[in-house]
Structures are given as structure tokens and as C-alpha cells.
Write a protein that binds this ligand. Structure first.
Ligand code: G1P
Length: 297
């Protein structure tokens, strides 16, 4: 019998230094992507995959996050009085999405440490982790496939995507073997941010994981790794090479549209890519973009 997975963990304690000064007094997760904060895309993705209990691992300066997923009665009353149902629905939507909980990370000791802070909330059941910097296009399937594979294999599942060899040093990288499903691989080893020369493949870990609760025990014994931080990738490596204890690790290969909002240039690209497909903004933006591109050397 497999348990239905209902809990998602979203680490959101990073300082967002790449976006200073915008992130001096505001969490980077609240940066708008078109007209929605980046974190709302991620919560919507979790909810669409059936995960209704969301735990955010936060830090200082994160009040805006909590406010975003809470009621804002003054604004709601005002919009109601004006009869602006459209905007009222937008404001209320984030509140009703999921049951959102918060725990602070405390010391910024790395992604592995952030995930370990979820231990009490999760208990002994599999759960998903979604990293806020990655937005997965809602027209493409990833998380629901990962949840299905978890149920089928009772293993830990990570999301992998092919990247150019020059980019692999920005990601965790997986050594893999094929399975009978072309979109699923067995993970035989993992290394955090290797150089192109040391990378076992061009398969990068992207920010979606479905973890078995044994990860907590492993994380408790994981020493700081790359960047002197407790790395989730290092704990997953232990899970991958101890399948008798953990069920092993499998990767779902994602071939769809992913937007990285963690880097300034990619963030700008994400906004443009998402906006050109929006019925309200896309038609005018496309025309302007073509005109603008023609003025560039
Ligand atoms: C984290 C993980 C890395 C993964 C990446 C995906 O790195 O440590 O293994 O590939 O997320 O976005 P970060 O981007 O937080 O440095």
C-alpha cells in the first residue's frame, strides 16, 4: 500500500543577493513574474498535482510571503464595494490555494539543512520539495509524473533535464542507467555542481524532488559539502547507493518548458516567454518585440 502524497516543502530562506537592491527588504520569491509573485506559480503547481499542504522554509525578511498567502480584508472590502470582481478574485485566489505553514530555517546552512527543518511537519511519509527559482510551465507535465513514479517504485524521485555541458557546473548532476520507460532513469550516483570535465552526464537536477522520509536520517548525518553547505544532492547520493534501505533514487527526465527565475538574465527571459503566451498581453507584446528586435544591431 502506498500513501497518497499531500505535503510539499518549499525552501524560501535564500537571501536573494543576485537581485540586490530589489531584495534588500523583500524576499526574492515575491519578485513578480509578469503579474504574479514567482512563489505563487510554484504553489499553484503543487496544488495542481494534488499537494494541498505546503510548508515554506523561510528566514528573516519573509513577512511579505506570509501576507501574500493570507487574507487582506481592507483591500478585499474595497474591491467588493467597487464591484471589481476580477481583481477581487485575483487577490483571494492565493489565500484559498493551499494550507500554507511556515518554519524558519535559522542558520543558512544549505538546501539540505532547509529540507531537514521540515522533519517535524512531514513525519514518516513521502513528500515533495519544490525549489522556488524554477518555474515549470503548467502546460507541461512533471510533478504528477514524479508522484506516480514514487507510488509505483516506492523510491525517491528527482527531476532531471538535459543541459549543455558548459552549464552543468550550475546544477547537481546524475549518473544514470536506463529503465523500460524512456522518461525514467535509475540514478546510480549524484554529484553537486561538478566541472564539465568531472560531470558523469549532462543530466542536471532541476528543482523538483519527491523524497522518502528516510532522507531526514541521511541529512542528519550529512556533512557540509560544496560551498561548505549541507547539500541535498549529497544526501540523495547516499539514498542512491543504499537502495536496500531507501528504495533507491530514480529520475524523471523533463523535456518541457522550464523558466529559471534565480538568475537576472533568465528572470527577464522568463517574464518575456510567459507574457508572449498570455492572451491579455501576448498579442501586443509580440508586435512590439519584433519591432524592438529589428532596432537592435
Ligand atoms: C540547487 C541544488 C542543485 C540543483 C539546483 C536546481 O542549487 O543544490 O543540485 O541542480 O538547485 O535549480 P542552487 O540553484 O540552489 O544553487
Amino acid at each position: 500500500m502506498t500513501t497518497k502524497i499531500t505535503k510539499a516543502v518549499i525552501p524560501a530562506a535564500g537571501l536573494g543577493t543576485r537581485f540586490l537592491p530589489a531584495t534588500k527588504a523583500m524576499p526574492k520569491e515575491m519578485l513578480p513574474v509578469v503579474d504574479k509573485p514567482a512563489i505563487q506559480y510554484v504553489v499553484e503547481e503543487a496544488v495542481a498535482a494534488g499537494l494541498t499542504d505546503v510548508l515554506m522554509i523561510t528566514g528573516r525578511n519573509k513577512n511579505a510571503l506570509e501576507n501574500h498567502f493570507d487574507r487582506m480584508t481592507e483591500l478585499e472590502d474595497l474591491l467588493e464595494k467597487k464591484g471589481d470582481q476580477d481583481r477581487l478574485a485575483k487577490v483571494r485566489f492565493a489565500t484559498g490555494l493551499a494550507d500554507v505553514h511556515y518554519v524558519r530555517q535559522g542558520d543558512p546552512l544549505g538546501l539540505g539543512h532547509a529540507v531537514l527543518r521540515a522533519k517535524m511537519h512531514i513525519g514518516h511519509e513521502p513528500f515533495a520539495v519544490l525549489l522556488g527559482d524554477d518555474i515549470i510551465d503548467d502546460r507541461d507535465v512533471l510533478l504528477s509524473k514524479m508522484l506516480t513514479e514514487q507510488g509505483k517504485r516506492n523510491a525517491t524521485i528527482i527531476a532531471l533535464m538535459e543541459v549543455e555541458p558548459e552549464a552543468i557546473h550550475l546544477y547537481g548532476c546524475a549518473a544514470v542507467e536506463t529503465t523500460d520507460d524512456p522518461d525514467v532513469v535509475k540514478v546510480t550516483g549524484l554529484v553537486e555542481k561538478p566541472s564539465a570535465a568531472d560531470a558523469p552526464s549532462n543530466l542536471a537536477i532541476i528543482g523538483r524532488y519527491v523524497l522518502r522520509p528516510e532522507i531526514f536520517e541521511v541529512l542528519q548525518n550529512t556533512k557540509p559539502g560544496k560551498g561548505n553547505e549541507i547539500q541535498l544532492t549529497d544526501a540523495l547520493q547516499v539514498m542512491a547507493v543504499n537502495p536496500q534501505f531507501t528504495g533507491g533514487v530514480y529520475g524523471v527526465i523533463f523535456r518541457g518548458r522550464r523558466y529559471d527565475t534565480g538568475d537576472r538574465l533568465d528572470y527577464i527571459k522568463a517574464i518575456v516567454q510567459l507574457a508572449v503566451d498570455r492572451p491579455d498581453l501576448g498579442p501586443d507584446l509580440r508586435v512590439w518585440l519584433q519591432e524592438f528586435a529589428a532596432t537592435l544591431d
